[in-house]
Design a protein around this ligand. Structure first.
Ligand SMILES: Nc1nc2c(ncn2[C@@H]2O[C@H](COP(=O)(O)OP(=O)(O)OP(=O)(O)O)[C@@H](O)[C@H]2O)c(=O)[nH]1
Ligand SMILES: [Mg+2]
Length: 195
């Protein structure tokens, strides 16, 4: 849940990038970190193995303006996608205000996408989230690869809720900011409604 600190006049919201291993979650954060104005961001912290697989999480704070005089900051996190790190994923998901699901468009990763989505819903339910209400954006990443399945196929398999979705090539920055803007908007709208 968003944390509102009235004394410091700030709101902190949590956005988690979820999805299968090697899907491009960390790459999204790296691109955001490279491109945003240095005045609006904090450090990008990554806990990774030598082969650059996320071990625990990546984290980066990002200022997104003010709501009713309160300075609003998104805390962006990624989870480790590898199947055996489920305890970490569950922990990182706790208290999320919004989720970006980064799917890998390659045909051979379809099953991993589905497993990861199911795992995300299970972990959300364990934390007591209403899975159908949580702000969610889908990103169809790796559109540049030859075995990428058509977007319609991804929509059909992975997006029955018909939440906003964006094709992406995260390594080139394509789709990264569209995704970020949309999840920010959904999270902030939800926040305004609650208050
Ligand atoms: N061709 C291509 N490669 C990509 C794209 N996005 C990411 N990659 C590459 O895919 C690999 C994995 O990307 P990461 O961002 O580390 O993936 P991740 O989802 O954080 O993986 P885990 O931390 O293991 O869960 C890296 O070599 C990236 O450069 C893309 O759109 N196209
Ligand atoms: Mg990663």
């Amino acid at each position: 849940m968003a944390f509102i600190n009235y004394a410091a006049r700030e709101i902190n919201c949590k956005v988690v990038y979820y999805g299968p291993g090697l899907g491009g979650k960390t790459t999204n954060l790296q691109i955001i970190y490279q491109k945003v104005d240095p005045r609006t961001k904090g450090k990008l912290i990554s806990l990774a193995t030598e082969t650059e697989r996320t071990l625990f999480f990546d984290f980066m704070p990002l200022d997104v303006g003010t709501i009713r005089g309160l300075k609003t900051r998104l805390h962006l996190y990624t989870v480790p996608g590898q199947v055996f790190y489920d305890a970490s994923r569950r922990l990182i998901l706790k208290g999320a205000d919004g989720v970006v699901f980064v799917a890998d468009s390659q045909a051979e990763r379809m099953e991993s996408n589905l497993d990861s989505l199911e795992n995300m819903e299970e972990n959300l339910r364990d934390h007591g989230f209403d899975v159908l209400k949580l702000p969610l954006v889908m990103q169809w990443n790796k559109r540049d690869l030859p075995s990428a399945v058509p977007v319609e196929g991804l929509e059909q398999e992975l997006n029955p809720r018909k939440v906003p979705s964006f094709p992406a090539v995260a390594t080139h920055g394509h789709g990264v900011f569209e995704t970020l803007k949309t999840i920010s908007k959904l999270v902030l709208e939800e926040l305004k409604q609650r208050r």
